[in-house]
Design a protein around this ligand. Sequence first.
Ligand SMILES: [Zn+2]
Ligand SMILES: [Zn+2]
Length: 196
Amino acid sequence: MAKIGIVKVKLDREVNCYVISDASTKEAVVIDPGLPADKIAEQLNGVTVRWIVATHCHPGHVAGKDDLKDITGGQTAIHGADAKQFLRSADRYLLDGDELEFGEFKLTALHTPGHTPGSICYVVANHAFVGDTILAGGIGRQMPETDLRRQMMSIGTKLLKLPLTTALYPGHGPATSLERELAQNPIFRGAGAGAR
Ligand SMILES: [Zn+2]
Ligand SMILES: [Zn+2]
């Protein structure tokens, strides 16, 4: 089994960008290309960037994508609903279940609307890159276009289908796991109270 490398790059607005690479082929994807793009490029260490993808199109998560494309030659990808909402373009518009290959790995896009209409969580092996859909101990800051009910539904129907041991890499703050969030995140306490 090929080995996967995950490097977190802290960007402006406290956004976490992630560089995920196949350790043997040195092919990589970049998730959430905010600014400055140079800071992401410095962390690439000789990998070939195949894909530059955003979890959603709030500026902090996507503003550096074209600069990073110029530097690396990677293809950009976002969900069409966010392209429309935020007037952004990309080389490819993703749909739920789409797979992006890098080296021996495939990054699977799960459409998880709510925080924004085109929010996506990306899954590879035992790792999920969840943007602002869920953070350690909370969720991303609600914006005018956020639909909280839809976001909770996405978490319930998409993220909770993943194995409990799945590591979660949010768009802000520390990494966590599905199991830990189920135990500590207040959003799940609300669901429990409703069931009583
Ligand atoms: Zn956001
Ligand atoms: Zn954010």
